[in-house]
Design a protein around this ligand. Sequence first.
Ligand code: GLU
Length: 481
Amino acid sequence: MSCRVRFAPSPTGFLHIGNARTALFNWLYAKSVGGTFILRIDDTDQKRSTSEAVDMAIRSLKWMGLEWDEGPGKDKGNGPYFQSERLHIYKEHIDKLLESGKAYYCFCSSEELDMKSKGQKTLSQLQIYDGKCSSVSLAEAKERIANGEKARVRFFNNENKIVSFDDVVRGVVKKESKEIGDFVIFKEDGFPTYNFATVIDEALMGITHVIRGEDHISNTAKQLLLYQAYNFDIPIFAHTSMILGSDKEKLSKRHGASTVMDFEAEGYLPEGIRNFLALLGWSHPEAVEALTDEELIKAFTLNRFSKSPAVFDMNKFNHINTWHIRNIDIDDAVSRFLPYLIKGGYIPENPDEEKLAWSKKLVMIVREHCSILSDICAHVDVFFKDDFVLTDGMQKVIETDESKKLLIYIKEQIENSDEITEAVMKSIIKNAQKETGLKGPLLYHPIRYALTGNISGTELASVAELLGKDKLVNRISRFIE
Ligand code: GLU
């Protein structure tokens, strides 16, 4: 049977990095075995679900490159893929359970349930439903509902048994069904609960593997009871470890950017995020860290998930992102940097050929210094600020007789060249070395200070090419008059 996995976000806010990782793991698994990756929107929580959150989840997934094979906009005969549009399906299934006596209507008020639960807590008892309404017959319940009473539906968990499953990550997980009690599967608002809708959908959508965060492990026992009640095939479960911040606390807003859109805005690349997130709770067999999609997909297996929590290491993220920035095709890199250059006001909104060619040269020389796309702004100022002021230390270096002679020579050489390319500038510097006898910092520092106003930075000859002859002459002239 071919593998079918799903990502099922609840649209209640931004797509957080933990959920994005779950989506990625499912996507990677589907890709690695030639299976189907399904997107389902778990929007049964009427109070908290919003259409904005749906849009954001879809946008974030698309931006991350996690395109689904089946789901909203791609119905392959198993839709709808929004749970709120599947109410008739849930209704049909709940009726079956009610008729067979495996579920019953519960009329207890929320106040009564709260009070009982508090009482159980005080006595250190399990906080589970006491089964009061299980004795109400279906006929009587239907009559009461017809008369306007509100009711929820509970699963009749009356068999005392051990529910167990063999989790791919955690091994055998067991739970006594009596610790679960008669849990709610349909709410008074006419919507199914998460556990109920999930099971029906996994079964009807033919889900073979459920890969999700460890925080859902406590739901799995309830879900198993439902699979069994319907005689549905049970999927394989893989509950992946939590993500912690560097302080070993659960990852949250406190740790800085935590949603996919935050990272997008900061200038991380989708391939950088995919690579970094894949290594949070999963590892490459040869411990390789910088990986392309092809390499990730080829190496991805479910048996390399780690049981221990993963730590979100920003330095590692930046390192991996830098690697991707350096390795993508140059034209692709330019198109990704462009919005940042435009936003910074360094090039116009609709750059002409000349500006584009300049931007390409810029990206070629500075991309290796950028961990994120927005870093480019820190490297581009140097090309625009002609009237920079040197620090006292720099001024001292540049004022010596040797430096003056050197700069005069460099200026002449530049003036005598038709065009300053990187190669031309390199040979000018080489000639200057022969001419003046200066070497190392004594040679390079005065030139760099005069041309850029900076102590260090990108390779001087490449910077010179990008500055162009006129700017070079003007800048040097400021220090030799
Ligand atoms: N809607 C659930 C969530 O976002 C899905 C959990 C699951 O994968 O079963 O947490």
